[in-house]
Design a binder for this molecule. Structure first.
Ligand code: SME
Length: 159
């Protein structure tokens, strides 16, 4: 059983603790589905005010739903669709304070109000994205960006 109980006092420490737990969880395991599943569960359990955490994988140039925590979600997106598509196409983290104001946002859970998506890049290829949604408007800050980028770096190495 894994029982991480991550309750950090500040955002930077929180992400450091999640990153360290993630490294431990993924160490030595080569199976990407197992790793994505555990990563989604760890992040979902550890970050406050999130309602969806999961992966879309680049399968033949399309983003296809991977392991996640939260409500059932849209299965496929092109690189021209949604916040996830924008992250994959631009290869840049997307932090959206109001998803309803984002052109082309795909609403999987109508409770979602804000979102952060980091592209996962390995050997120059976008292998997928990590998508984190919140029911709170403007839930994610620049500090979250730094933390989520770090999680994305770990995940890109091991998925
Ligand atoms: N909101 C995403 C779609 C995926 S769900 O939120 C899980 C987007 O527009 O990229």
């Amino acid at each position: 059983m894994y029982d991480f109980k991550i309750e950090a006092a500040d955002t930077a420490t929180l992400y450091r603790d999640i990153a360290s737990a993630l490294e431990g969880l993924l160490a030595g395991e080569p199976d990407p589905i197992a790793n994505m599943a555990n990563a989604a569960a760890l992040i979902f359990e550890s970050l406050p005010d999130v309602n969806w955490v999961g992966f879309y994988r680049n399968v033949g140039g399309e983003l296809v739903l991977g392991p996640f925590q939260g409500r059932p979600a849209c299965i496929r997106m092109t690189f021209d669709q949604g916040v996830c598509g924008a992250a994959a196409k631009s290869r840049q983290l997307q932090r959206v304070e109001d998803v309803n104001a984002f052109p082309g946002h795909i609403a999987c859970d109508s409770a979602s109000r804000s979102e952060i998506v980091v592209p996962l890049i390995r050997d120059g290829e976008v292998i997928g994205v990590l998508d984190i949604d919140s029911p709170k408007p403007a839930r994610f800050t620049e500090e979250d960006e730094g933390g989520v980028v770090k999680l994305g770096e770990i995940l890109s190495r091991v998925l």
